[in-house]
Design a protein around this ligand. Structure first.
Ligand SMILES: Cc1ncc(COP(=O)(O)OP(=O)(O)O)c(N)n1
Ligand SMILES: Cc1ncsc1CCOP(=O)(O)O
Ligand SMILES: [Mg+2]
Length: 565
């Protein structure tokens, strides 16, 4: 047994293997009030573990209550798809999309694309076993999901490991034939499935061909056949069966049959017409595994997974990857929105801040302008960026207005930002947000919006400007430069305050507050290169003709900029 150093303080560090730690009698650990604060940081090839121990009054190897979160964990045992539409790659993306950690045991490496499978290299069985042991002996796995199991030996290895390291659930996607028609597991594997895996599985998710193969070639051509097949598969020992009817002939709907041993459920949804279906089976099974890992019931998990796949397919209808007949889809539902943005080469160009039009619902109402008409006029008059600052409209109306303004702005290549409301920006896929010192912190907004969106932060001091830069903002708005009635109780920083902030800021700056045609020139003339423009509300929106007022301001700014150069 390893010797434990004398306990002189409340916190000390020793280096020993996890096995050694566990070999210390629990009574001793408890009497010394020991527990593990952190394990698993391997420090050498002898698998020694550096273990931080602290006095906690608890002898079990647990991590600190304050600093640890249990992450739901799926282990996928499957093949790699070089085209990344299916297999391990699909499993990783599906689990990531569902917020679950995914570890991987790779059973085969396939050379594969949207045309088909060009080659398969099966991973040696002992190395599959080694991967499994590495993961299962070290990490807490909630659910195991299987995909391509190319040999009976690999099925047996999986079976042995699951007996040695039991998990909460086993999801079996009995991959035998790829969607392109290539055979990925031979008949011998069928015996392995029947004898070893099905009696252990919590759910099996065969398509029609796979269900038929498992049932010795029984014909499955109708929903009624699917129902019978589900029952027969259940009789083979598996707890739940999902027979996927994607290939059912003459069906307008996508129909799947779910059988839990008691009830048969017909899960219907409208069929999505798309070429991008490669990897749907792997994704569905991984999503089921992910939901089970999060604690869902089996039926809940199946429904969520089906809904996720349908949404992703629908979302990815227009994406085009590869030239073959069957493309991959986008699990993270990001590619399409990037495609929208692809008109703008640069995500944010500081020169966009030149004439920044900020809306005000009250002013538009006073002049009888709809938000979208006012925005259209501002853009036509030369506004280079627009912010919807709608403080008193219903969220529903805000989202609708934002969507129509977005169309106008996109048509003119002008970014559209949303004031304060990250949720509205996300809902309408706006180009970004503008937030103030009492709004959501900029780093949180960045985490929610991702790296692509534009974030502006209001700053009155050099310290705030530094913080905005650290938090990942793209620009700062500084003001009020002049007194204004548009924003109540807003401190005026003046031209001097603006200059001080500009000089300190690592980010481009736009000046705001009381700026109009008659006083815009001195703002642009403060002579600091990172002052990129002015943001105005009343100067353009508190007028009958937004277009004319915007044009006038644009002319003044252009003149002032030319004079400064
Ligand atoms: C470009 C720009 N700069 C500053 C502000 C002010 O934002 P904030 O301080 O959050 O105040 P509200 O606009 O929310 O009242 C802005 N909106 N735009
Ligand atoms: C939103 C805001 N933030 C600082 S001043 C201001 C109001 C700007 O409005 P106006 O251009 O009408 O003075
Ligand atoms: Mg605000």
């Amino acid at each position: 047994m390893v010797s434990i150093p004398e306990l002189h303080s409340n916190f000390f560090i020793i280096s020993l293997s996890l096995n050694h730690y566990q070999s210390v009698p629990q009574g001793f650990r408890q009497s010394k009030g020991l527990s593990l604060l952190l394990v698993n940081s391997r420090i050498n090839r002898n698998k020694h573990t550096r273990i931080f121990m602290e006095m906690q009054g608890n002898g079990s190897p647990t991590t600190s209550n304050q600093s640890t979160i249990n992450i739901p964990h799926v282990l996928t045992v499957a093949g790699s798809d070089s085209g990344a539409g299916a297999g391990i790659q699909a499993d990783l993306k599906a689990c990531a999309a569902r917020g679950v950690y995914c570890s991987t045991v790779i059973t085969a490496v396939t050379a594969q694309n949207t045309v088909g499978v060009q080659g398969v290299n099966v991973v040696p069985e002992d190395f599959v076993a080694e991967q499994m042991k590495s993961v299962l002996s070290d990490m807490h796995v909630d659910v195991v999901k299987t995909g391509m199991l190319p040999s009976i030996g690999i099925v047996k290895i999986l079976h042995q490991h699951l007996r040695e390291y039991p998990v909460r659930a086993l999801v079996v996607d009995p991959v035998m034939v790829s969607t392109s028609g290539d055979v990925l597991a031979g008949p011998s594997v069928l015996a392995g499935f029947r004898e070893d895996l099905l009696p252990m599985a919590d759910i099996i998710t065969p398509n029609l061909k796979e269900a038929s193969a498992l049932l010795d070639g029984v014909k499955i051509k109708t929903v009624s056949d699917m129902r019978s097949a589900a029952k027969l598969l259940h009789d083979m020992g598996v707890r739940n069966v999902l027979v996927k009817g994607g290939d059912l002939p003459d069906s307008l709907d996508a129909v799947d049959i779910f059988f839990d041993g008691e009830h048969l459920y017909e899960l219907r949804s409208s069929r999505i017409k798309t070429r991008n279906t490669h990897g749907t089976g792997c994704t569905l099974a991984s999503c089921i595994a992910a939901e089970l890992a999060k604690g869902a019931s089996m039926l809940e998990a199946v429904k969520v997974a089906k809904c996720f796949v349908e949404t992703a397919l629908d979302y990815s209808k227009e994406i085009f990857i590869g030239n073959g007949p069957q493309g991959p889809f986008d699990h993270l539902m990001k590619l399409k929105s990037n495609a929208h943005n692809s008109g703008r080469q640069v995500r944010f160009n500081p020169s966009d801040l030149f004439l920044y039009a900020v809306t005000d619902s009250g002013m538009n109402r006073r002049w009888g302008h709809s938000i979208s008409d006012a925005v259209k006029a501002a853009v036509q008059g030369g506004a280079t960026i627009v912010q919807l600052r709608e403080k008193d409209i219903d969220t529903r109306d805000f989202v609708e207005a934002a969507k129509s303004c977005l169309q106008i702005c996109r048509a003119h290549g002008v970014p559209l930002l949303i004031n304060d409301r990250i949720d509205v920006a996300l809902a309408c896929d706006a180009d970004g947000v503008h937030i103030g010192q009492s709004d959501m912190p900029a780093h949180t907004a960045r985490a929610l919006l991702g790296p692509e969106k534009i974030i502006g932060v209001s700053c009155k001091t050099p310290e705030q400007a530094e913080q905005a830069w650290i938090a990942g903002a793209d620009y700062i708005g500084c003001g009020g430069v002049y007194p204004t009635n548009t924003k109540a109780n807003n401190l005026t920083v003046g031209l001097d305050g603006l200059k001080t902030v500009c000089l300190a800021s690592k980010l481009p700056v736009v000046a705001i507050g009381g700026i109009k045609v008659s006083n815009a020139r001195p703002v642009m003339e403060i002579g600091v290169p990172n002052l990129k423009g002015v943001a105005v509300v009343s100067a353009i929106f508190d007028s009958e003709c937004v277009l004319t007022e915007t044009r006038k301001l644009h002319a003044v700014l252009t003149e002032a900029t030319a004079a400064v150069k």
